[in-house]
Design a protein around this ligand. Structure first.
Ligand SMILES: CC(C)(COP(=O)(O)OP(=O)(O)OC[C@H]1O[C@@H](n2cnc3c(N)ncnc32)[C@H](O)[C@@H]1OP(=O)(O)O)[C@@H](O)C(=O)NCCC(=O)NCCS
Length: 101
């Protein structure tokens, strides 16, 4: 195993979000920057469309430039940002919700 991609209903049980899914993914460090991330997201978005989802969201830290570039490449854009402080960081960062309709 070199990583994963997961799709899940966003706020399951809420009718207002019944067409929205959340995507999350992770690749172990030795496998990054080789196109696997793009392949994971492409496969997940295709499965999401087949399952009837109309909107996909991803929640990403502002410092995660690689993930941001990846999402931008698929047409995602930011729809909300909040300050946050990940446990491993001394100073604050931001956390954004990225959305693809
Ligand atoms: C984010 C992640 C999945 C990206 O996967 P990846 O295989 O490294 O990315 P890819 O090689 O498919 O490249 C996808 C895009 O990312 C960007 N990218 C790749 N390497 C990059 C780097 N070193 N710096 C900045 N952007 C980079 C590029 O825009 C690239 O698209 P392009 O080749 O068309 O220019 C992977 O790096 C990862 O698992 N990171 C840690 C976990 C994480 O961030 N999870 C997200 C929270 S849900």
């Amino acid at each position: 195993m070199i990583g994963y991609v997961a799709l899940s209903p966003y706020r399951k049980g809420r009718r207002a979000f019944s067409h929205t899914c959340e995507i999350s993914y992770y690749l172990f460090s030795g496998y990054r920057g080789r196109g696997f991330g793009k392949e994971l997201v492409r496969t997940a978005l295709s499965a999401a469309r087949e399952a009837g989802f109309e909107t996909a969201i991803a929640i990403i830290l502002g410092c995660n430039l690689r993930s941001i570039r990846l999402l931008e490449g698929f047409g995602f854009s930011v729809c909300g940002t909040s300050p946050t402080r990940p446990a491993w960081m001394a100073r604050g960062s931001t956390m954004s919700i990225w959305r693809l309709i």
